[in-house]
Design a protein around this ligand. Structure first.
Ligand SMILES: Nc1ncnc2c1ncn2[C@@H]1O[C@H](COP(=O)(O)OP(=O)(O)OP(=O)(O)O)[C@@H](O)[C@H]1O
Length: 232
């Protein structure tokens, strides 16, 4: 039987008269890399914000790791929000020290390994980083936490294509011997294809398709091709 890590039942969230989530029903399997996919404004970031308790549903119910979203539960979730920028006055090294003190289950040795893979110098100042370098640091901070659930909202934004491929390979390696579920949004479906085990396509706040990536590839060629068909 497939174990579920997140369950959404009739999840609904409106901003004014616009639905961000519209009667969303979903069971997200444990231990996989799951892509939450779709065009701008379909509700991906809203879903993530609900999962970590930053946004409350108007109707419906969500359970994460068996509980309703709450602050205590967030010790078990590494969340990379979109438009994150947290460590402006620090160096990479200082950000890691901050991680040790304040981020539950932060593993500094793993952070250093990841930083090296990401070509991040420990003495680099965050304020002088390019957008792509800052994205690498934010991704490193999340991937270095020994938690059961990692939620990444557009983790590759600003990272150039070649580096993206390299980072995705490192993430695949990282996943190979770990019991972790990664939930991520990306508009770079073509490059992230090999990373995704499961794909959920959203439209206007509800689920269009949710299935094993392997099944979808068998039927549609690739997730990238399917996405082009769905949102044409
Ligand atoms: N705080 C807010 N106030 C008003 N409307 C909001 C707010 N947050 C989200 N929305 C609206 O809810 C809908 C879903 O937004 P959301 O950010 O979840 O989309 P998304 O799929 O993550 O988009 P993108 O791919 O551009 O990041 C959009 O129509 C957006 O305008």
């Amino acid at each position: 039987m497939i174990e579920t890590i997140i369950k959404c039942e009739h999840a609904t969230k409106k901003f004014g008269d616009r639905f961000a989530l519209n009667d969303l029903n979903l069971e997200i399997p444990k231990g996989k890399v799951i892509g939450i996919l779709g065009e701008n404004g379909v509700g991906k970031s809203t879903l993530f914000r609900v999962l970590v308790g930053l946004t409350r549903l108007d109707q419906g119910k969500i359970t994460v790791l068996g509980e309703q979203p709450n602050i205590k539960l967030n010790a078990n979730i590494a969340y990379l929000p979109d438009r994150a920028s947290w460590y402006q006055d620090q160096t990479v090294r200082k950000a890691f020290e901050f991680g040790v003190k304040l981020l539950p289950h932060f593993n500094i040795e793993r952070a250093k390994q990841f930083a090296s893979l990401m070509n991040l110098d420990l003495d680099m100042k965050v304020s002088s980083m390019s957008k792509g370098q800052e994205s690498r640091l934010m991704l490193t901070m999340c991937m270095s936490r020994n938690v059961p659930l990692i939620i990444l909202d557009e983790p590759f934004s600003g990272i150039d294509g070649t580096s993206r491929e390299h980072i995705i390979e490192s993430m695949i390696d990282y996943m190979s011997d770990r019991e972790v579920t990664i939930l991520m949004t990306t508009h770079e479906i073509y490059e992230a294809e090999g990373l995704l085990d499961y794909a959920i396509f959203l439209d206007k706040g509800h689920v269009l398709i949710a299935d094993e990536a392997e099944n979808l590839r068998r039927e549609h060629g690739s997730l990238h091709d399917l996405s082009r068909k769905l949102y044409r």
